[in-house]
Design a protein around this ligand. Structure first.
Ligand code: FNR
Length: 375
């Protein structure tokens, strides 16, 4: 089928899979070990039921909301994902152009295949980006990058990823190693490189090559003060998988403004919980965190109903990781725009069928979570 015939995110993944190189597919599709967390990320949404209310006027439907105080037309953001040019030459800049037309926030990966300056070059008024940091063992490299990022006006926050001090064992990616030898990495591996970038050795898989310089020694007490010294942008933490860590993050408010509950799309700790479980844990054991931090999540979002369920349970917005890469592979920046269009329309339909005209109205009364509750 063609891009225009794709009706769902799954259709786009199918089309992308046909069009992508083996190298791109094995890197994007891969997750750790037995892919259990990756599969659970999708499955968990099927265990939550919606409770639509009837007899309500749904003429209007406004999907807009705020992320860290910035207006966005949709409660969705693009999660940081490395190496978009493996999918299509439009790369991260193409994703940015698609986001512009939807007023969607994009978090740029530390390991993007274009520089942050290139990706943000055509930012529209009001378009906002976050920049994701993997702290490098050689701190000077990260400091240099932060200095560049601080100067880009459309980058409004830093997202510090903490769930992957090392990459998980991603067997699809490792098997794809032969085709992974030459990678156009720009930002972390070679901060000063141009768009054509540096070649890194992908012999152990793309993931392993990208993680080569990543620092394994980050802590609450040492890393946050260091980061604060090098940026005054708001900071969010990504990769929280327990309510205990969410409560610790809340202790660092207001320096920490938000958290992204995530298991890295199943690519870090296999059998780590889907982010929706973590969200439920926070509701049960550390509900005060909602007062201190904006809570985001990602992993396994494929349908408008998935988005709506996460929002009903208290998420401010949800992220999509692989989907935009598949959109790119299926049709460049138009592919990403088509994908966002599908998802936004699904969100609107879900809100209308629930009887909600605005994101603010979404709440726990609209979901039945009995099948995912712990005893
Ligand atoms: C990622 N992810 C990721 N996260 C991050 O903080 N920095 C990064 O550079 C990357 N790179 C990356 C590459 C690829 C190919 C994938 C699939 C994922 C994780 C990403 O931000 C997000 O947490 C997950 O992708 C969300 O799950 P879904 O939407 O892919 O199911």
């Amino acid at each position: 089928s063609t891009l225009q015939e794709c009706l769902s995110l799954d259709d786009i993944e199918t089309l992308a899979t046909k069009q992508m190189s083996a190298k791109a597919w094995s890197y994007y599709f891969s997750a750790s070990d037995d892919l259990l967390s990756k599969k659970l990320n999708n499955a968990v949404y099927q265990d939550i039921l919606l409770r639509p209310r009837i007899f309500k006027d749904c003429t209007r439907c406004d999907t807009s909301t705020q992320i860290l105080g910035h207006k966005t037309k949709i409660p969705l953001f693009v999660s940081p994902a490395a190496m978009a040019r493996l999918a299509h030459p439009d790369g991260e800049h193409g994703i940015a152009q698609a986001c512009a037309s939807f007023g969607a926030v994009q978090i740029i990966s530390n390991n993007a295949s274009q520089t942050p300056e290139q990706i943000c070059a055509d930012a529209q008024p009001g378009q906002i980006f976050g920049w994701q940091l993997y702290v490098q063992q050689d701190r000077a490299k990260s400091e240099k990058l932060l200095a560049r990022v601080n100067k880009i006006p459309s980058i409004k926050f830093i997202c510090l990823t903490l769930d992957a001090p090392v990459p998980g064992k991603r067997e699809h990616d490792i098997r794809g190693k032969k085709v992974g030898a030459k990678l156009p990495v720009t930002s972390s591996v070679a901060p000063d490189a141009d768009a054509q970038g540096t070649v890194v050795d992908g012999a152990g898989g793309v993931g392993k090559a990208l993680f080569a310089g990543t620092a394994p020694d980050l802590t609450w007490t040492t890393t946050l003060p260091w980061l604060r010294q090098h940026t005054s942008l708001p900071i969010i933490l990504k990769g929280l998988q327990t309510h205990e860590d969410a409560a610790l993050a809340a202790q660092h408010s207001p320096m920490i403004r938000g958290i992204i509950l995530s298991n890295h799309g199943g690519r870090a700790m296999d059998t780590a919980p889907p982010s929706l479980h973590t969200l439920m844990e926070i509701r049960q054991f550390s509900p005060h965190v909602f007062q201190k931090l904006e809570i985001f999540l990602d992993g396994g979002i494929r349908r408008g109903t998935d988005v709506v369920k996460a929002l009903c349970l208290g998420a401010t917005a949800v992220g999509i990781g692989r989907a935009p890469l598949y959109g790119l592979a299926a049709g460049g920046k138009e592919g990403v725009a088509h994908l966002l269009d599908i998802l936004v329309k699904e969100v609107e339909t879900a809100m209308r069928l629930l009887g909600c005209e605005s994101v603010d109205e979404l709440g726990p009364q609209f979901v039945n979570t009995r099948r995912v509750e712990r005893d």
